[in-house]
Design a protein around this ligand. Structure first.
Ligand code: MTE
Ligand code: MO
Length: 199
């Protein structure tokens, strides 16, 4: 009879257990961009939250990086089926940025430099679930990966994590973004495999 400790067996199986259905592991960091990569110098960068009542809250780059930041280690899951485990980021929680924003909105439409958009419920941006990230692996976020700053909302498929983020539009009614209009799922929960409309 073979002597195999149960712990060893469990560890060997654990990579699969950590992955949402249909995903495979990747070690490198693929770049997925629809269109050209915008170059936004930080002295011209700004981030704006606009409410359904027409109020605007704007932060310059300097103001953003002076806000309290968090280090985040998290798994990310792309709808094209790669997952990357334990990615390391630094950024400002949306809880901080939305703290003084008065709104009755239930939905958010994220806008990027370059025109990309994506939508999600406002509650998915709150309670420690989303950040404006500007560091990756102890370096400035590169333009390919959304630098100077991107949205990071790792509990949804990675297309929701808008690169080159420029603002958040708060809305009373849900409004689909770029991929959602093209047939991808409105919400995009990787654990429920919500890849396309109707999933
Ligand atoms: N502005 C913008 N953000 C974007 C995209 C894009 O094309 N434009 N692609 C999305 C998709 S489909 C994925 S999987 C991730 C990829 O991020 P990465 O290139 O850093 O891996 O960015 C998301 N954010
Ligand atoms: Mo993606």
């Amino acid at each position: 009879m073979a002597i195999v400790s149960p712990g060893f067996t469990r560890r060997r199986q654990s990579p699969d257990v950590q992955l949402p259905p249909g995903q495979y592991l990747t070690e490198d960091f693929p770049v997925l961009t629809a269109g050209p990569t915008p170059r936004v110098p930080t002295d011209r960068w700004e981030f704006t939250v606009g409410t359904e009542a027409g109020q605007k809250h704007t932060w310059s780059w300097q103001q953003l990086i002076e806000l309290p930041a968090e280090k985040i280690t998290t798994d990310i899951h792309c709808v094209t089926k790669w997952s990357k485990l334990r990615t390391r980021w630094k950024g400002v929680s949306l809880d901080v940025l939305l703290e003084d924003v008065e709104t009755a909105a239930d939905f958010a439409l994220i806008h990027s430099y370059g025109g990309y958009t994506t939508n999600l419920p406002l509650e998915d941006l709150l309670d420690g679930q989303a950040w404006i990230a500007y560091r990756y692996d102890d370096d400035d976020l590169t333009p390919e990966h959304g630098g100077p700053a991107r949205l990071l909302v790792p509990h949804l498929y990675f297309w929701k994590s808008a690169k080159w983020v420029r603002g958040i539009q708060l809305l009373l009614e849900d409004e689909p973004g770029f991929w959602e209009t093209a047939g991808y799922h409105d919400y995009g929960d990787p654990w429920r495999e919500q890849r396309y409309q109707g999933d």
